[in-house]
Design a protein around this ligand. Sequence first.
Ligand SMILES: [Zn+2]
Length: 268
Amino acid sequence: MNLKNLSILEVVYFLFIGLMCVMFSIPIFFYEKESEESDSAAPMETRNSELTPKENISINEREQEKIEEYESVAYITIDDGPSEYTEEIIDQLDSYNASGTFFFVGENMDLLTDKMINKLKDGNHSVGAHSMTHQAIRLYDNQLFVQENKEAFSMLREKGFNSDLVRAPYGSTYLTDKQIGDIRDQKWILLDWDIDSLDWEFRDANQTYNHIIEQLNKIEEGNSETIVILLHERPETVDILNKLIPELQNRNYLLTSGEEVPFEELIF
Ligand SMILES: [Zn+2]
């Protein structure tokens, strides 16, 4: 096109078209930006309404950065400690730069040393309550679930863990609707699991690992973004983690805890 041959009317016409394009693209740009932000912010509000707005933003940003790097989040949860295996389990997680979540039983809390407490905090591991006695008759038949966990939480607070995370021994299926209501009234986060390792049944690292991977493959067909895996503090737990953590990391899972990516209630 020869610019010298354009009439003033044609120049005005092209300028007008150009201006219209810019005016229409500005609102579209802002609309997209806003909807991106609100998508990532929405789940946080439901997760922890007690956070102040400032804390909310900083966790949200960190969470966003972390999640963008990875495809999915996996929470490795380990029940029934503290035990003689706790420290080794923490060390194993740390050696892979992975965080785990420990559900401690009040009656075992004597086994928790200062060294373990420091390692749990340094490694951004989460700690939750898992009753005082782990006895189904007391917790479910005698309805002592809330009372026992109040005690367990206060023991955790004495050790410096300000947790609101609770796991029901044998799973939440034994809780009545009233008990679940009471748990929510306490503002505790009840966490069941997606993958039961059945480690207590297999008592063998390879068999347990294979069982976990079988279930993981099934879940992955459904594109789940967050997976909670149940393990226990047992003699073979370290060996299971030694196979499981690299496999999960190869599959691009972020192995984190509630310290980095807050938990949401998970009930079967
Ligand atoms: Zn348990």
